[in-house]
Design a protein around this ligand. Sequence first.
Ligand code: MG
Length: 336
Amino acid sequence: MRSILLVLLVFISCNSKKNLHKSDAENKYNTSVVETNGALSIKGNKVVNNKGTEVSFAGNSLFWSNNYYRGNGFYNKHVISSLKENWNSEIIRIPMTADPDIHDSYLFDKETNQTKLEKVVDACLELGLYVIIDWHSHKAEDNEQEAINFFTEMAKKYGHHPNIIYEIYNEPLKVSWDDVIKPYAISVIAAIRNVDPDNIIVVGTPHWSQDVDNASENPIVGYKNIAYTLHFYAASHEKWLMNKAQKALDNGVALIVTEWGSVEADGGGEVDPLSTKLWMDFMRKNKLTHCNWSINNKDEGASALKPNTNTDGNWSDDDLTVSGKLAKKYISSWTN
Ligand code: MG
């Protein structure tokens, strides 16, 4: 009896060692971008990893979280896992609809929108991806208290994870940086920093997040790890917008491109491959992190997927639009 037990013990011990070695080997090949880079911070005008090395990441923005063109059907783990495996995406942006003019936004249906958002955040945590929690509004200053409450809740729930980036205002319209956006941003940043001392916070800039130069002339001081939002659509925004971005960088602020498209600024029109290439070169040179707008099958130029494409991921190249194919090419070959 004793010898049978001994044999059994040796067998179990050998097997558990084998399993340990196997999972070590698997981990070596599956190390996630967050395991490799850890908590991000801002140093000068760059994003750096936990070793202080300048880094930039490429990935995707999802579509609005409300029922707008059913883009929220893509808010699931299969999609996120597929973007990681097949597109080499390292960062996912979740544009949670928080606009006062949209009847099923977070402001009117907190539970549905937040549940969808959290499902994607949890998938990103599990898969080791960076994730941007975006207050997707064009009028965030009208709902400052709601934004404070939301981000306080997010910071309490997720602020200890290195994966998280807070984006507190998607695209302000033609409003003043000094008098409207900056005061809003300082209130929301103060609320987040009451809970979470360190994760990066990205602040929207005037004129659909184009006037980064304007923000850089009067930046937010007194808080660390603050970056500014730059959005570009390559068919509409050419050298003049790149010059604004360059000016902001020269003024010493860090930029994150939480949204870009290869088409026109309204999401329609044709892909402009040449302008897109110039922007990619610019982002590579300046180490800008970026997310392509967007993962949806709405019938418009900016959608990465053709109409009726499934919402489960693992798409074939035939499922991708011209813009989707170009985005996949740049994202999958980005890496640090
Ligand atoms: Mg933190």
